[in-house]
Design a protein around this ligand. Sequence first.
Ligand code: FHN
Length: 610
Amino acid sequence: MRTTLAAASAAVVLGSMLAAPSAVNAPPPAFKETRAERDARMAWWRSARFGMFIHFGLYSTPAGVWDGKDWPGVGEWLLTNAKADPIAYQKTLVPQFNPVKFDAKQWADIARDAGMQYVVITTKHHDGFALWNSAVSDYDVMATPFKRDIMKELSDAVRADGLTMCWYHSIMDWHHPDYQPRREWDKRPVDPASFPRYVDYMQAQLKELLTQYGPIGILWFDGEWEGTWNHDWGKKTDDFVRSLQPRIIVNNRVDSGRAGMEGFSADEKSRGDYGTPEQTIPPNGMPGKDWETCMTMNDTWGFKASDHHWKDAREMIRMLCDIASKGGNFLLNVGPKGDGTIPQESIDRLKRMGEWMKVNGTAIHGTEASPFPRKFQWGRITQGVGPLSGRESTTLNLLVFEWPKDGTLRLPGIGNEVLPVASVLGAPDRKPTVARDADGIVVSNIGAAPVDADATVVQIAIAGKPQVEPFMVKANSLGLIACTAADAVVTGSIQYEDRFQNLGWWRDTASTASWDIVVPADGNYQVSVDYACNGTCGGDFEVSIVDVDNGGSSQITQNLPPRKDWGDFKTVQVGVLPLKAGHHAVTVKAASKPGESFINLRNVTLRRVE
Ligand code: FHN
């Protein structure tokens, strides 16, 4: 039985007045699981590494234009960007929504052929419109000329292609009369609004989505940031969703604060199975946590006709490699047009990514983060199941962006025996040589040029699980101990930047860069730093050195004055420290709160002085 939105609201009022047990009032059992159960539940998602995000809805038709104006901001926020009255938005766009070229199989095939293994679509975005046949609202796809259940057609096609269907669902709802807070331009009376009634309505729709469309891989909540949503609602909704599909994965936006990354967190501070960095890749990943970067291909999630700022395929292939090397997933967005077609620019990029994944997918799917705490200037590393059945072994996928001129890749700081199994993906005729030297593993004979300029994968294998030792920076033939940006282990906001081969994005006093060094002989060592910054940055630079072999530590701080700009590098002496021969840990940080950023650091050097 279909009802109008007003009638649905009245029914909900009556229902709650009769204390009929609603989804929220009769809480399901609290969600609990062991670590092993959680790992089993997360396994498919951790292995998938790459998924398609789809933002599709009423906003896809106007494509950023309202009242004849192309409004700034993302396409799916048109109601808010244009400060449109929610009912006028409904009355205007519902009759226009008719994606006659929508082809669920085509969408699923594009995702599959790109190497994506799951699809997350907006069942309901912030504008409140339901993209499926909802019995509790007349503001749904059945009220449009299209009258087809898009969620049904897409879930069937996605599963037919062997992918996992997942739902995005917005907590924030600019249209529903019970959602609060109202948009300030929304003149509807606030008094009758009841947030608990809205949550009942939202959970009634979630129940439709989780009981009528088969197994759902992820519930991707969003719009949790307004003050009316809190941990209590998040916990109840998380428990409710999991009571309907116990194996479902729920992102951390089910709860306020986006802090959850442990599923059922024993301390109950925040719910959610994984972190959801948006439009960014955490510089050092989220060690030990599950996380997924979601990103647009241009600058908008929902289609916007005027947005032509497309990322190129190489950039997105290297993002996928970078994310996988940090143990994360990549949820890459497409925003179909109002006619139901995916923009050709998206199709072309995903086709290229699919060509790359066809050759190199084993270096992404089913892999884990690099075992090395440091980065390598030439590219990224993932680790996978080794080639030796019966005997424990590990495959190391060397994802090479910058092909070495000497045809040699060096992996210092790893102690494992190398196995005589190596290949260059896409070039079966190449037979790399893998050996060990005093510092670690050396891979040579990989060919004079890359197989794929976007990224070429060199696969090697080691016995056992990686035994990564701290990479030790040693004095060169001139007696200089050069701690470079590429060899640093960084924490916090600090990121390696190819531009000047520097550490940048140094935002606070907590972020650090560190190196393990070998001091060749007792003596006094001159410490210098090669840095740049603009006219308003710089500040107090602190160097701490811990004598790992003999115990004890020393520290110097030097103010680094502003420079002309972020490329204006200068090497300055920081001070002299007495050091004993042996293993030391060097750590540098901003000792004073930086401005917009602290410095760009290219290296810290130590030289023995008489
Ligand atoms: O406001 C939404 C936005 O429209 C889009 O859906 C993104 C995708 O992650 N989430 C919210 C912004 O964080």
